[in-house]
Design a protein around this ligand. Structure first.
Ligand code: 6GU
Length: 232
């Protein structure tokens, strides 16, 4: 069973999002346990302060290190990166992180416990990245107001890779990027909709012809939408 702990100033944000689809099924089957924790519960002062003004000046507030270190200590038993066992990951979600890939999601899916710390866009005291976390992760080159939506993305990408999570669907679903191409286009009934026809070859039952068409269509779509995947 994979254990996932989310550390956030908005625990209620996660109230229902894990109650749908594959993630819901994986939780019901006890493949994963997901809990969202309020960062403020690890504050010691009476105002439950989680952020403060940046040293050196500037706009915005920065998440303080003490509650974040205390959260990781209480959830993992340790509060230094070097002491975190190989089967655990402590992840800081921030736009400064390395970008999430299918490969990284697969590595996360192999661990037994991971902690996701949701940053705020203004910043997190850098000592968290320097000394506490095993991975600093971004989900792409755009700015979110906080790490919470990124945590959802990471969890979805990881949970569907857990053995048994996809049920009857084939594990080939993980392979969209493994051959370096996007998935081929798919069609279903009706064969004609408002004058828009399904490619004729798909209606023939000619499996070899269909396989050739799919390969070509995947290559064309990749060239059009993701030419960067073809350049290497
Ligand atoms: Cl993980 N956090 C924020 N705030 N923005 C992001 C992101 C994360 N990944 C992409 N943009």
């Amino acid at each position: 069973m994979l254990r996932v702990d989310i550390v956030t100033i908005f625990p209620d944000y996660f109230r229902e999002v894990f109650d749908y689809g594959i993630v819901r099924r994986a939780r019901a089957a006890q493949l994963v346990e997901i809990k969202a924790h309020d960062l403020r519960s690890w504050t010691a002062d009476k105002h439950h302060m989680v952020d403060d003004r940046p040293f050196g000046g500037g706009d915005g507030m920065v998440l303080k290190p003490e509650p974040v270190f205390a959260a990781v200590r209480s959830l993992t038993g340790v509060d230094r990166r070097e002491e975190i066992p190989a089967d655990k990951r402590v992840v800081l979600l921030s736009p400064q992180g390395k970008q999430l890939t299918q490969e990284l999601a697969a590595a996360f899916a192999e661990c037994e416990h991971f902690v996701l710390i949701c940053g705020r866009y203004e910043g997190v005291d850098e000592r968290v990245a320097e000394a506490l976390v095993t991975d600093e992760v971004s989900i792409g080159d755009y700015v979110l107001s906080g790490g919470e939506p990124a945590a959802l993305v990471v969890i979805d990408a990881v949970v569907r890779l857990l053995p048994g999570a996809l049920g009857s669907e084939t594990s080939a679903t993980t392979e969209s990027f493994s051959d370096g191409l996007l998935d081929c286009p798919q069609y279903t009934r009706p064969p004609e909709f408002e004058g828009l026809r399904v490619p004729e070859i798909l209606l023939t039952g000619n499996q070899a012809g269909i396989a050739r068409w799919r390969r070509r269509a995947a290559e064309e779509k990749t060239k059009r939408n993701r030419p960067d995947l073809l350049k290497n």
